[in-house]
Design a protein. Sequence first.
Length: 231
Amino acid sequence: MGEAEGIAERLARARERIAAAAGRAGRDPARVKLMAVTKTVAAERVREAAACGQMLFGENRVQAAAEKIPAVGPGPKWHMIGRLQTNKAKAAVRLFDCVESVDSVRLAEILDRAARESGKVLPVFVEVNIGGEAQKSGALPGEVERLLDSAAGLESIRVTGLMAIPPYSLDPEEARPYFRRMYDLWARLRERGFGLDDLSMGMSGDFEAAVEEGATVVRLGTVLFGVRGDG
């Protein structure tokens, strides 16, 4: 029970920080969704978070999700936020409510086929490599519109947002220009008629800056569950 109370307190504190950051930017805090990232977090602790009212979770690996999601049980929504191998696409479609890491037309087409075979329409986000880092997945900013155009012709996936991870830094202010660039890209594409409801950016070390720059989803692990899921 004490651990559950600890998670409740951490969730409340994170929501307070989100609300304060939104307020500083003149934004409605209700427009920002908190995603709890469960990488290395045991199913029992995820259930505790859900019991505290947290209903949106993110997982990095399909294999971990295949064990964790059934163990947590029905109710929460799950987003795939890690790099998705094409041979795991069918499992991802079965397990997740949304895949945030679509970075190529090929992956979009594979997910579309898997979703069609499953009889569902799968929401997806396009992952953007906003820092142009060679070691990272994600479509380059200049490639995103072409990917969106291609995905618009697919019947069983629906692109509803963009996702990004800025270059790593201990200083959240160094992430801010990348968040701003992502917001500008997102807003520009929305103006062109793409139905992008969400902008997923910001993690435990920089989420307040992300909210100030326009994030609608922040992905928090350490501030909720501790380092590598430890209390």
